[in-house]
Design a protein around this ligand. Structure first.
Ligand SMILES: Nc1nc2c(c(=O)[nH]1)N(C=O)[C@@H](CNc1ccc(C(=O)N[C@@H](CCC(=O)O)C(=O)O)cc1)CN2
Ligand SMILES: Nc1ncnc2c1ncn2[C@@H]1O[C@H](COP(=O)(O)OP(=O)(O)OP(=O)(O)O)[C@@H](O)[C@H]1O
Length: 196
């Protein structure tokens, strides 16, 4: 990745983080409810047996409702265990929130490290700081999800974002993986259908 691109990505992360700071707990919860409802309406979600999701942290759409609902619907819930040294995610099936422990950055991580078969994951929800309507995604800069999605090509990749995280254009490089569906509190976009 060129130094210019690295710098542009860093500036965009900062700008979006500033906007996210303006959301209070109520805004976050209300928008997260609307976003979760849109997620439940997705055909891709309804048909999925296994979904990979993450524990949300500051400034992210709250994912707890999706987790609870998915258990009630008897879907398999997969969480990423994080290998910080190799910058890799290991997908692990969890059957209750008790199987998660707080780790670095306050992220809840699976206690167990037994990898779930990649081919069985139908939907991957990918976190990010900024998105555009083409499905370009800007993460926190570790490349964790880009590396993971380069091993896992066949899932429907969904992003959940507040509308203040939408950018006209998110700059990318050859390693960046796109999302297929982008949901905000105001819209659901099937990115590939819109632009391919
Ligand atoms: N919920 C969630 N889980 C995730 C990610 C994510 O973005 N969100 N990741 C996506 O890849 C990976 C973890 N990567 C992360 C990288 C940085 C920070 C973080 O909070 N950093 C601090 C300060 C960073 C710094 O030292 O400059 C911050 O942003 O305030 C969190 C997660 C895997 N799991
Ligand atoms: N598949 C990959 N193989 C090797 N390196 C990669 C891969 N994907 C990304 N990287 C590297 O990881 C670093 C961070 O990438 P980038 O800034 O795009 O991360 P990000 O998408 O913001 O983060 P994340 O995916 O963790 O949310 C870059 O140096 C990038 O080249």
């Amino acid at each position: 990745m060129s130094q210019d691109l690295q710098k542009t990505k860093k500036l965009m992360r900062k700008a979006v983080e500033e906007r996210l700071k303006c959301l209070d707990g109520f805004d976050i919860l209300k928008a997260s409810l609307d976003i979760s409802r849109r997620f439940f309406d997705l055909e891709e979600y309804r048909g999925a047996r296994s979904i990979m999701i993450y524990s949300s942290i500051h400034g992210e759409v709250d994912t707890e409702l999706i987790m609870d609902m998915s258990w009630r619907l008897n879907k398999n819930i997969i969480y990423p265990a994080i290998c910080w040294e190799r910058r890799e995610l290991v997908p692990v099936k969890i059957d209750s929130a008790k199987e998660l422990r707080p780790g670095r950055w306050g992220l809840l991580e699976p206690v167990n490290m037994e990898p779930y078969p990649l081919e069985e994951i139908d939907v991957v929800v990918a976190p990010g700081l900024a998105f555009d309507l083409c499905g370009n995604r800007l993460g926190r800069g570790g490349g964790y999800y880009d590396r993971f999605l380069s091993r896992k090509h066949d899932a429907d990749v969904v992003a959940l974002a507040f509308s203040c995280q939408l950018q006209r254009y998110v700059p990318t490089d050859e390693n960046d993986k796109m999302v297929d569906i982008l949901i905000t509190e105001n819209m659901t976009a099937h990115c590939a259908k819109l632009y391919n």
